[in-house]
Design a binder for this molecule. Structure first.
Ligand SMILES: [Zn+2]
Length: 59
């Protein structure tokens, strides 16, 4: 099973959890809110900056 780093959307707690490949979110132990897998956040940001760069080239 792979281990991923999750960041809480509420209290900014970070935690490495061993989860399935499709477990994009887990529940925070500290506050009970949703934690987002950090690699997903970075992937989203990377694809967003690629779109911005493409938009700047085509305009
Ligand atoms: Zn939390």
């Amino acid at each position: 099973m792979p281990a991923y780093e999750y960041t809480c959307t509420n209290c900014t707690e970070r935690e490495v959890r061993i989860t399935g490949i499709d477990d994009h979110t887990v529940i925070c132990d500290s506050c009970g809110q949703v934690m987002v897998r950090q690699i997903d956040v970075e992937t989203l940001l990377a694809s967003y900056s690629r779109q911005v760069a493409q938009a700047e080239r085509t305009s």
